[in-house]
Write a protein that binds this ligand. Structure first.
Ligand code: NFS
Length: 667
């Protein structure tokens, strides 16, 4: 027998803590994933439990043709229904978060909540412009109130289309209308998804999935986009900022407070409160040198993007963080919070604090986020963390490794960095793609997962893609995985990127993997793709761009909603793991072939990372071919078209020389 232990995480610090935990008999999701194999019937979508005549298992050799539930539902019906319910749940999660953000904006604008203000007036005006709300010469708070109310209408809208449909390229919108997937209202689509998948309603797989896409679009161009925009308006639009990642961010001699979950409102105030003299003095009175704030999952991404707060990583790192023995308090809001942390925390001094009126965990302390006085809630939490510092035991697994990173790439900044202050533009990026310097763009996103070597697929794909001159935009735990591996630095381009991508990154001084934010900020990728379509020279809609979405370690229903809104917007997506509709060939065919034909997007499931890579590159190359772009050859580029005038180019040359589009020779 070999005493070779399985490697659970591709992060070396994470692995060190896991091994320490095993030696100390502490159970984590990695152990549970080993012990608890997925049910093979449910895993591939063949289990129906929408009524109590079942659960029915649609299995057997000819299940696709012959198996039915007690009601007669076919395998395709069952698999499609299960899948649509995943989309609905994911959409509900993002969008309910967005609703709270819009309500916070409204309460801030009306003065009902005094702890927040409109931080980014420029973004407010930009959004008002898109929503066709008059803003010139009006008080900022009046505009903000109109914006918030307009957004809130999108949740309960019964007819027509949600506002941000109009933000997509015309041709993309036309496809949505042609196939009946332009969403009417966010809540309406979620409710209708639940209705249609109820016993005895919609039984046509394609028809069900079509509504699934309508629901997903309500997520992408509704919930997610609203959340991103309102968060930017309230707390500022991100721009590049330095931060750190991995477990070495925790400090032995300071109070370690961690924010975990997805909603930035309370976390924003915690950021503020921990740096007040009063709290720092209080921490010192308890024997700490100061207060160290860190984050996990997407709340981390939100405060990292805007304040440079360090991250301890993504989903599978939450239990491991506690096992360092260094976290004095872990304040959680909603989504992706493992209930296991409450039990685990009892082995340490760590206090788990639930804060959302929507989410409690047995064994945690509940300090409810007071919507009207959020600052008070933040202060209570910070004090609790400080009070707990003297109780710290030192029995955890202390690891010191951490990596520097650069985050904060909003779509606004990406536009700005390509043109300078006088003319933001996507011309250089489009030109670099046209010339073959950049082969294409991949959105590398989604969860990390204990069912695979956690974060390992993200790391593998990140390195291979940039080697192949593919620019990566990342969000969510994909960003956390890359950050915790040291990949989110400009040096990464020097060491690993192909020659064309490297040149582009060097010229602008950016990493080859751009951290765009939390999972809701996948909406920024939609905005970027729209801007690229508008800029010209590539596709005039989102479909047909040399762009692919990959979520190699996804596990959340939210990831499914995201994959579907990308597919419906025209981006082929490749997800890892077993297919949740794998039992039905028909459903698989609809999601790949039929969706491709109608929307120029698709959703594939492919567990093998090498095949994921090959598929992504193939999609990119085929799109290049269709667009009649120069065939991609590493190290060989075409002449780039120049659309700026001489004076303009002269002005920006020193800072951005070398990036596509600013050559001296006119073509
Ligand atoms: Ni996205 Fe962000 Fe992470 Fe997955 Fe969860 S934290 S919202 S769902 S696990 S990427």
């Amino acid at each position: 027998m070999s005493n070779h232990k399985p490697i659970h995480s591709a992060g070396s610090s994470a692995e060190e803590i896991i091994q320490w935990g095993e030696a100390h008999e502490m159970e984590t999701c990695f152990d549970r994933a080993q012990k608890l194999k997925p049910c093979p019937v449910g895993e591939t979508g063949a289990c129906c439990k929408v009524c109590h005549m079942g659960p029915c298992r649609l299995i057997g050799k000819n299940a696709e043709e012959e198996a039915t539930g007690v009601c007669g539902a076919s395998l395709a019906t069952v698999a499609a229904r299960n899948f649509v319910r995943m989309i609905a749940a994911g959409t509900a999660a993002h969008s309910d978060h967005a609703r709270d953000m819009a309500n916070t904006l409204l309460a801030t604008a009306t003065g009902e909540v005094k702890d927040f203000k409109i931080t980014d007036v420029r973004k407010l005006y930009k959004v008002a412009g898109i929503l066709e709300i008059e803003f010139e010469g009006r008080p900022v708070n009046d505009v903000a109130k109109d914006v918030a109310e307009t957004f809130l209408q999108d949740f309960g809208r019964q007819n027509g289309e949600i506002n941000y449909c109009r933000r997509a390229p015309k041709k993309t919108q036309e496809r949505w209308r042609k196939y009946g997937i332009a969403p009417r209202g966010i809540d309406r689509e979620v409710v209708e998804a639940m209705h249609r998948t109820n016993i005895g309603v919609d039984h046509d797989a394609d028809h069900l999935l079509t509504h699934g896409l309508r629901t997903a679009l309500a997520d992408g161009w509704g919930g997610c986009m609203i959340s991103t925009d309102v968060t930017d308006i309230l707390f500022g639009t991100p721009q590049p900022i330095k931060a750190e990642a991995s477990f070495g961010i925790f400090k032995e001699d300071e109070v370690n407070l961690v924010v975990h979950g997805h909603e930035p409102t309370l976390a924003e105030l915690i950021v503020d409160v921990v740096s007040t003299d009063e709290m720092i003095e209080y921490a010192k009175s308890k024997g700490a040198k100061g207060i160290n704030l860190g984050g996990m999952c997407c709340t981390a991404n939100e405060v990292l993007m805007r304040h440079g707060i360090p991250t301890a990583g993504g989903f599978t790192n939450q239990e491991l963080g506690i096992m360092t023995g260094l976290i004095d308090a872990l304040s959680v809001d909603v989504q992706c919070i493992m209930p296991a942390i409450a039990k685990l925390s009892k082995k340490f001094h760590t206090k788990i604090i639930t804060t959302s009126p929507k989410a409690m965990i047995p064994g945690a302390v509940h300090i409810e986020h007071d919507e009207h006085h959020p600052r008070q809630t933040a202060e209570t939490i910070v004090r609790l963390a400080i009070d707990n510092f003297p109780n710290r035991t030192t029995t955890g697994s202390h690891v010191t490794q951490k990596f520097p990173l650069i985050g904060g790439f909003s779509d606004e900044y990406i536009e700005y960095m390509q043109g300078g202050k006088w003319r933001g533009s996507y011309r250089p990026l489009n030109d670099a793609i046209m010339a073959g310097r950049v082969r294409g763009v991949v959105g590398l996103a989604g969860c990390d997962n204990p069912r695979v070597q956690s974060t390992g697929l993200h790391k593998y794909l990140a390195v291979e893609l940039i080697k192949n001159d593919v620019l990566i935009v990342s969000t969510g735990c994909g960003s956390a995985a890359c950050g915790s591996a040291g990949f989110l630095t400009p040096e990464m381009a020097l060491e690993n990127a192909g020659p064309g991508l490297r040149e582009v990154c060097e010229a602008i001084g950016i990493p080859p993997i751009l951290h765009l934010g939390a999972c809701v900020d996948n909406s920024r990728i939609l905005t970027i793709a729209t801007a690229m379509a508008a800029e010209g020279g590539l596709s005039d809609e989102i479909g047909g761009m040399p762009a692919v979405g990959i979520a190699p370690e996804w596990m959340s229903e939210k990831a499914i909603a995201i994959g579907c809104y990308f597919a419906a917007s025209g981006v082929p997506c490749i997800f890892g793991g077993e297919s949740p509709v794998g039992a039905s060939k028909e459903v698989t065919r609809v999601m790949t072939e039929v969706w491709m034909e109608r929307y120029m997007g698709a959703l594939h499931f492919e567990p093998d990372p090498e095949k994921m890579l090959a598929m992504a590159l193939d999609y990119i190359d085929k799109a290049r071919e269709r667009l009649k772009l120069r065939k991609y050859e590493p190290g060989k580029f075409g002449a780039e078209r120049v659309l700026m005038d001489m004076a303009a180019r002269r002005e920006i040359k020193p800072a951005h020389a070398g990036v596509g589009g600013i050559n001296e020779s006119e073509s």
